[in-house]
Ligand binder design. Structure first.
Ligand SMILES: [Zn+2]
Length: 115
């Protein structure tokens, strides 16, 4: 199960912190929407769901998720250098870090137990 609600909550918290420290101008919502949009990479989970791989793998790992793989360091680096797209890249990186922590600490299964 994708953790999209948690991603959105984290994006919003990070956004508020960045506004508080004046890294993002107050009233500028573009970075927030870009971060929200970056969570569309979770369509990955759906793609895998329909690819016929086992349920356990879907719940507990990021393996086989195209947009969650190590190679995304490259597009994220490129995006972070393009002013217009850097918040999308930032959101993408944040997304993978949160997914990684969830898998690392087994919280993926804690939040969405399968019976
Ligand atoms: Zn994800």
């Amino acid at each position: 199960m994708p953790l999209t609600p948690y991603h959105l909550a984290l994006n919003y918290i990070i956004y508020l912190i960045l506004v508080r420290f004046k890294i993002i101008k107050k009233g500028d919502y573009t970075p927030l929407w870009m971060m929200f949009a970056s969570n569309l990479i979770d369509l990955d989970h759906l793609l895998r769901m329909f690819s016929g791989s086992s349920m356990i793998k879907q719940e507990y790992g990021l393996d086989g998720l195209l947009l969650h793989g190590w190679w995304v360091v490259l597009p994220i680096s490129i995006l972070s250098m393009i002013k217009k797209w850097r918040w999308f890249g930032f959101g993408w990186a944040l997304h993978i870090i949160l997914d990684g922590f969830m898998v690392l600490f087994g919280l993926n299964s804690f939040l969405f137990p399968i019976n």
